[in-house]
Design a protein around this ligand. Structure first.
Ligand SMILES: *Cc1c(COP(=O)(O)O)cnc(C)c1O
Length: 387
């Protein structure tokens, strides 16, 4: 490891991409190696094994494929859905809408339970829907990045397993993996899909999917051909298994630099200065600091209750008479990049802050101090002007 330090830059605290450590960025700058070389095989192999650790799963099939988180929706839909299959989507915001659209593109018959803005689906709603109809798959967004609403993954997994044991449970964890606890095996989660650039702390461009043995069995028993080529697990299972066993195999070129950066981040997450459990606790602590600062300013968060509020990001209503355009550029001018809302009806009424990964975990960086100081300064400045 050289004494590499990244260029000075504005603090990136949106809900992904996020700040990455010098070591992760340096790993990304390693000269490209042949994807079939002895040097690269353990890079991908380690990444597969360490991804399981982060998700508390012993034996899920891991897919690490070039693409963004969206490719996780396509993988789920192309491999686990056959035309006409019933799918239930627990929709807590913008990303639920998009997942539904993707599932329908592959022929799924989707029913949605839609939560009010800032709310999550309840256990009673889920039980009722599962009892009324047989679903092949239930999909939900763990942290909906448009609202910062955190769904109860344990409740959804356990409830589905009890009421409808055949149904697969799919968790969109693009904005939650490594910032919220996910116990795939214990909670009965069959698919976790994610991406490199949010809580996992690497640059964007790598799609991460974990599929339980149950999901793989459902995949193997499908009658119609897989509705995709690049996303087909038929192509990728042998490749992932080969690399894990220490052998190369080619289907499509993996992003060798990015996988190295991802592995570096996984090293930091699973065996760095803080344990995985401490990492989750540090995200909760960071959230508590943000919530306290928001309260101090007399502002309100979008999630309607603390119990459904994400720990890796926040969505905060703007003060009366203040728009996204009044706040975001002023914060940027002071070196802090936050972003506006993302929900079609209300996107100009609130803004979002990402506080995942090294920003939450490495207190010496002072990122959260800076976010709170700049937010306070800007809100007070705008209020004074409007007075
Ligand atoms: C960001 C995000 C996505 C989409 O991921 P991309 O990497 O932008 O394709 C999907 N779901 C959730 C919950 C997200 O936060």
């Amino acid at each position: 490891m050289s004494a590499f330090k990244q260029e000075s830059h504005k603090l990136l605290v949106i809900p992904g991409p996020i700040e990455v450590t010098d070591e992760v960025l340096y790993a990304n700058a390693y000269p490209p190696v042949a994807h079939t070389s002895a040097e690269f095989i353990p890079v991908l192999g380690d990444s597969i094994r360490l991804t399981r650790e982060v998700l508390y799963t012993k034996d899920a099939q891991i897919f690490l494929i070039a693409g963004s988180g969206t490719l996780g929706w396509d993988q789920t839909s192309a491999n686990l859905v056959e035309s006409g299959d019933n799918v239930l989507v627990l929709n807590s915001g913008y990303f639920g809408d998009s997942f539904t659209e993707c599932l329908r593109a592959y022929g799924a018959k989707v029913d949605e339970i839609r939560a009010d803005f800032g709310n999550a689906i309840t256990q009673a709603q889920l039980e009722k829907a599962l009892a009324a109809k047989k679903y092949k798959l239930v999909a939900f967004t763990h942290v909906d990045t448009s609202t910062a609403v955190l769904s109860d993954a344990k409740m959804i997994g356990e409830t589905t397993r009890r009421v409808s044991p055949q149904t697969l449970v799919v968790l969109d964890g693009v904005c939650s993996v490594a910032s919220e606890e996910i116990r795939m095996d214990a909670w009965g989660i069959d698919v976790v899909l994610s991406a490199s650039q949010k809580g996992l702390g690497a640059p964007p461009g790598l799609c991460i999917v974990a599929a339980s043995r149950k999901a793989i069995t459902v995949f193997e028993k499908r009658v119609s051909p897989v509705a995709g080529y690049y996303a087909s697990w038929k192509k990728w299972i042998p490749v992932m298994n080969a690399y894990e066993a220490g052998k190369p195999m080619y289907f499509a070129t993996p992003p060798v630099n990015l996988v190295r950066a991802y592995r570096q981040s996984l090293f930091e997450i699973t065996s760095g200065n803080v344990s995985l459990q401490e990492r989750f606790a540090l995200h909760r602590e960071t959230k508590a600091r943000i919530t306290a600062a928001v309260k101090e300013l007399g502002l309100r968060e979008v999630p309607q209750d603390k119990s459904i509020s994400a720990n890796g990001m926040s969505a905060i209503y703007l003060p009366d008479g203040v728009g996204v355009a009044d706040l975001v550029p002023r914060m940027a001018a002071r070196g802090v990049i936050v972003t506006g809302g993302l929900h079609k009806d209300t996107k100009d009424k609130y803004f979002r802050i990402g506080h995942m990964g090294t920003t939450a975990v490495n207190k010496q960086r002072g990122d959260i101090d800076k976010v709170i100081a700049v937010l306070t300064e800007v809100v007070n400045e705008v209020r004074k002007q409007n007075a």
